[in-house]
Design a protein around this ligand. Structure first.
Ligand code: ADP
Ligand code: MG
Length: 271
């Protein structure tokens, strides 16, 4: 399905991503972990062509992504929606309009200029917000929402694109443990219920262990671990993070594990 071959990105003499090869044969939920500077963001940015590789190839469903240009490149970018640590919403715009921005790749410039959205798209946006438990905030400005709610709007915007892959770059790094859990639960649902591939850069080990089917560990641009959460032992983690004997899991933990997993009813109540 998705194959990355000998992918390298160099910034001057610094190889941010260094000869990475990975293969995914079905849409899994994948966590990429590693210390700051390991190359996680650069890898994700090359996948959706925000960044161009120095060498190597990315192939998705038989098509070489790195070769796409113009309209084909834009369609690919719509196929792999991106979610960022800082949400990247338009703060003064209402929530529904932010979600509708997820259809931008398909709309004419004139329609965009005048904020003209088909009725069907508006209904769909509200359905998606409802599914994520935040429809009650649809008419509010994005900036009026809490961080956790804003990240759920960003997820709704991504889903609105109907993407094949959702790329999330440290989606919970700015959130408190409770909101971090809600956002990770939502990403997991998008995988489980819609069958989308989710690739999330995560700075915490426990989150990757708990939510992902497969974990990729990066260190200094290279893949140093590729396996299941069960294979991700403390010894392996120490190797990924490059820490010495004083390495402690607590240092890379969000303490999501200490919270109860919320029921749907509780989630709706909180929204
Ligand atoms: N646009 C850029 N220009 C120069 N160096 C960069 C750029 N983006 C990333 N780097 C460097 O590439 C390396 C990997 O960065 P990054 O992919 O952001 O790592 P991570 O997301 O794991 O923290 C770092 O050394 C970083 O300084
Ligand atoms: Mg990063």
């Amino acid at each position: 399905m998705l194959t990355i071959q000998n992918l390298t990105k160099a910034f001057g003499a610094n190889k941010a991503v260094d000869n990475v090869s990975l293969h995914f044969d079905r849409p899994m939920m994948i966590g990429v972990i590693g210390a700051s500077g390991a190359g996680k963001s650069t890898l994700l940015r090359m996948l959706n062509r925000l960044e161009t590789e120095t060498s190597g190839t990315i192939t998705f469903e038989g098509r070489e992504i790195s070769a796409l240009k113009g309209g084909d490149k834009r369609r690919w970018q719509a196929d792999c929606a991106m979610i960022f640590q800082q949400f990247n919403l338009v703060p003064r715009m209402d929530v529904v309009s932010n979600v509708l921005h997820g259809t931008l790749n398909r709309r004419s410039t004139i329609a965009t200029m005048f904020n003209l959205y088909p009725q069907a798209d508006i209904h769909r946006a509200i359905d998606i917000l409802d599914r994520l438990g935040i429809a009650a905030h649809a008419a509010k400005r994005a900036e009026a929402l809490s961080g956790g709610q804003q990240q759920r709007v960003a997820i709704a915007r991504a889903v609105m694109q109907n993407p094949k892959i959702v790329l999330a770059d440290e989606p919970i790094a700015s959130l408190d443990p409770m909101n971090a859990q809600i956002v990770m639960d939502d990403l997991r649902r998008i995988h489980d219920e819609d069958g989308r591939m989710v690739i999330a850069n995560l700075h915490t080990l426990d989150t990757a262990r708990r939510y992902c089917d497969r974990v990729i560990g990066m260190r200094a641009g290279r893949v140093v671990f590729d396996g299941t959460p069960a294979q991700l032992t403390t010894g392996v983690a120490r190797d990924i993070y490059g820490a010495d004997a004083s390495f402690s899991e607590a240092a890379t933990s969000t303490s999501i594990d200490t919270l109860d997993r919320p029921t749907q009813a509780k989630r709706a109540e909180r929204a």
